[in-house]
Design a protein around this ligand. Structure first.
Ligand code: ING
Length: 309
């Protein structure tokens, strides 16, 4: 009997600088209601799903603070938790977390009763902590967020083994392998990825969407896991466009659902959580084929060619 789970990627279009939490939560609830009508059991919202993607700005600390959640849930997002419990739908939510004075780029996994069953804090924080001179938009995640201290975990939930990653994490094979070693069957990863790379003139800007898809397809195939990738996307202000391409990817690396807009958009699929079994027992039978004694260098801080920064 296949272990079926109906999942949805609830892509969020532009959230403008002065949009209130209440306005955003209404949009999240509308997507959850659409998902429930389509039989979705687990709705996945993106990274930083409650506010504009503020790391593009150089802000005073007091201004930046307004984008952080001091508790989760809290009065602004409680309606989302209530609606989820009412509809019997679980969800994933990315948000900016303030915890004891520390600022993290975080995500939670919430069950169908509205209980938080897992929290993850983004490990790979891209961008810079100081603005790059002469650039109209910045990518100051390293100014606003600490590197996550949770590491990568897998939770027994929704009838399977669910893991979380956030945005830049998807680009690092270590993310996927650490989850894969824990038997992950579904990785949920939200993102805010500027279509025009935050460093001007970068050679790979033109490949932004390709590299996102490549990262998910490779991660899924090489670890025999499903992934729901979900974008916070669209033109959040003139000339600042975040990519979409929310997608659901199978353990064989196939894209089974793909968003086609840069707006609020739900894509969904009924996934078989056993679909990765054959490849995990075949090509990627870790116990039989892996050679960890040869891999030690990848747990070192840098390889033989440390980056010049
Ligand atoms: N955003 C981007 C991401 O990793 C980035 C940063 C963009 C890195 C393009 C490399 C290339 O998708 C976040 N929020 O991590």
């Amino acid at each position: 009997m296949p272990r079926l789970l109906r999942v949805g990627a609830a892509q969020i279009g532009p959230i403008y600088r002065d949009d209130t939490r209440g306005e955003v939560v209404e949009r999240l609830i509308a997507l959850m209601e659409e998902a429930e009508r389509k039989g979705v059991e687990l709705v996945c919202y993106p990274e930083c799903a409650l506010s504009t993607f503020f790391p593009r700005y150089l802000l005073e600390r007091s201004e930046a603070e307004r984008y952080f959640e001091e508790s989760m849930p809290n009065p602004s997002v409680q309606p989302l938790f209530d609606q989820a419990r009412e509809l019997g739908v679980g969800f994933h939510l990315g948000y900016s977390e303030l915890d004891g004075g520390n600022h993290y780029n975080s995500s939670i996994l919430v069950d169908k009763e509205g209980r938080i069953i897992g929290k993850y804090r983004k490990s790979h924080i891209p961008g810079t902590s100081e603005p790059i001179p002469g650039q109209r938009f910045q990518h100051l995640e390293r100014r606003y967020f600490l590197e996550g201290d949770t590491g990568f975990s897998v939770w027994d939930a929704f009838g399977g083994k669910i893991g979380m990653a956030i945005c830049n994490d998807r680009r690092w094979p270590e993310t996927w392998r650490v989850l894969g070693m824990q038997g992950v069957e579904l990785v949920i990863v939200g993102w805010n990825t500027p279509l025009t790379h935050y460093r001007k003139g970068i050679s790979y800007s033109r490949l932004t969407e390709f590299h996102s898809k490549l990262s998910l397809q490779a991660g899924c195939y090489q670890n025999g896991t499903w992934a729901v990738g979900v974008a916070h996307c669209g033109e959040e202000e003139p000339d600042y466009v975040l990519m979409g391409q929310s997608m659901i990817v199978s353990p064989l690396g196939e894209v089974v659902a793909l968003s086609t807009t840069l707006r609020d958009e739900l894509i969904s699929s009924t996934i078989d959580l056993d679909a990765g079994k054959e490849i995990k027992e075949g090509v990627f039978n870790f116990e039989l084929y892996r050679r960890p004694e040869l891999y030690k260098i990848i747990s070192e801080p840098t390889g033989t060619n440390p980056s010049k920064g």
